[in-house]
Design a protein around this ligand. Sequence first.
Ligand code: ADP
Ligand code: MG
Length: 282
Amino acid sequence: MSATAPMAQTPASEDARPGEGAQPAFGHHVGAGVDVTHGPILYLDNVTVSFDGFKALDQLSLAVDDGELRCIIGPNGAGKTTMMDCITGRTRPNRGTVFFGSTIDLVRMTESQIANIGIGRKFQRPTVFETLTVFENMELALKTAKGAFASVRATLNSEQLDRIEQTLIRVNLRDEVWRVAGILSHGQKQWLEIGMLLVQEPRLILLDEPVAGMTDAETERTAELCLSLEGTHSLVVVEHDMEFVSSIARKVTVLHEGSVLAEGSMGRVRSDPKVIEVYLGR
Ligand code: ADP
Ligand code: MG
């Protein structure tokens, strides 16, 4: 794939976790120990996932740079969600490697270990706590960021309150802070879930179809949010809404039948005859 591909060295999953009981300084990512100086923040090499002989991922190789905003598109069944499952430890590849930074082998780690080293994921359907307020949802997300905070019963300090407020401003929910999540619009619930990820300060964020079901105005705000995260976070966005993808696109990867069909700028993949044939031309 690239000359900067990480070499599989000694597994460093144990070392990579923040020290027991250690409280990372605010403004630092839980996964800040990840070494990205020698290559991409996320690196999949030759990943194959078979379900009863059917290859949902077929020798998939992909590298995402630190701070990059990457869009992944592709027809239904292309393997986009399965790819995220491999990164987050929900599915083990039958073959291939998945690295976070140059030393952390994700294939050897559990789902919760992976979440704790700074990889946050938003699933397709919002999963906020409907009977709790926006604030309480954020508070829970902050307190359950394992390894960072000792007790769920402890009251939040002013820095934590500030962090929640800043995050709510960022996801456009500052005015809804005392509302019960169940009465938010579908789009606002999606934002709340993104806020619950952001407050945990992940290094890498995976968003699976974030604008599904959103109004045009909500979709535009979500595009602004994604662009604002670029640079400080690494972002992988899977989305069907081509207008949305065009509005945030930097490098776009097109998946098809479990591997990369095309990769490059939106203009480049859009004019690729292979892409037109399997996806955009329909
Ligand atoms: P996408 O997100 O791109 O629409 P998926 O990753 O969800 O695609 O699915 C890729 C392919 O793998 C599909 O054909 C799907 O039916 C199949 N698949 C996904 N998960 C499973 C599973 N747990 N068991 C069997 N087949 C699966
Ligand atoms: Mg999917």
